[in-house]
Design a protein around this ligand. Structure first.
Ligand code: 5RP
Length: 232
């Protein structure tokens, strides 16, 4: 199986875990996209009575086009389950997310859920987080000052690396669904994710970082030799 087939396989396993009547958080990215497709396919075969909160405009458009009933956290502030992908996953189910630039809404939705399940292909499992550049969503106002504060927080946590503002292929600065910019921090390794997360949390204009710690309880990893489920 190629990577995309593995992603679809992980998504299929997660769809099977959806129970009738659930209030679901719908993740963002290519793996979550498979989940939304397969969920809609299951809803054609059986009455599930689920309702979803999308974690991005892209997912909202996809889910709406497939006829999945949608709500918002304003109407439905508590969810049963969020299913989402990840850019990196370690053995403690600490994650890096935000490769698709949606980690702010993804974290808000996951935190409003009783449970988060991560779905991914096996390449996302890492020994140490940090090879994937850590996405940092920041308010555009005062960007240079925020960069400095972030650099200090990163260095105080024993990391170092370049901060790059995310751009589109056209060269325009990439804006999130909330109108913010993303700095990608190329750290290589993050020896103390909890410490770094705490230091980043204290940077005023940093709206949210892509470290998800203590949020996901289960990961469904599709490997070339079958499905591997990890729980903490
Ligand atoms: C989006 C995310 C995605 O879940 C993450 O980037 C994984 O994406 P993919 O499933 O395409 O590999 O965090 O912000």
């Amino acid at each position: 199986m190629n990577l995309d087939e593995l992603k679809r396989e992980a998504a299929a396993q997660a769809v099977a875990m959806v129970e009738p009547g659930m209030r679901l958080g719908l993740g963002t990215g290519s793996t979550a996209k498979h989940f939304v497709d397969l969920l809609a396919a299951r809803m054609k075969r059986e009455t599930l009575g689920i309702i979803g909160v999308p974690t991005s405009e892209a997912t909202r458009i996809q889910a709406a086009s497939l006829g999945i009933p949608l709500t918002t956290l304003d109407e439905t502030p508590e969810l049963d389950l969020t299913i989402d992908g990840a850019d990196e996953i370690d053995a403690k189910l600490r994650l890096i997310k935000g490769g698709g630039g949606a980690h702010l809404r993804e974290k808000i939705v996951a935190m409003a859920s009783k449970k988060m399940i991560v779905i991914a292909d096996e390449t996302k499992l890492v020994e140490i987080l940090g090879k994937f550049p850590l996405p940092l969503e920041v308010v555009p106002f005062g960007l240079a000052a925020t960069r400095l504060a972030i650099t200090r927080a990163i260095e105080a946590s024993g990391c170092r690396g370049e901060l790059t503002i995310r751009k589109r292929a056209t060269g325009e600065v990439w804006l999130t669904d909330s109108g913010n910019v993303i700095l990608d921090a190329a750290l290589g390794t993050i020896p103390a994710p909890e410490d770094l997360a705490e230091r980043l949390d204290s940077v005023t204009a940093l709206v949210e970082h892509g470290l998800f710690i203590g949020i996901a309880k289960t990961a469904i990893l599709a490997t070339s030799s079958g499905i591997k489920t990890m729980s903490v």
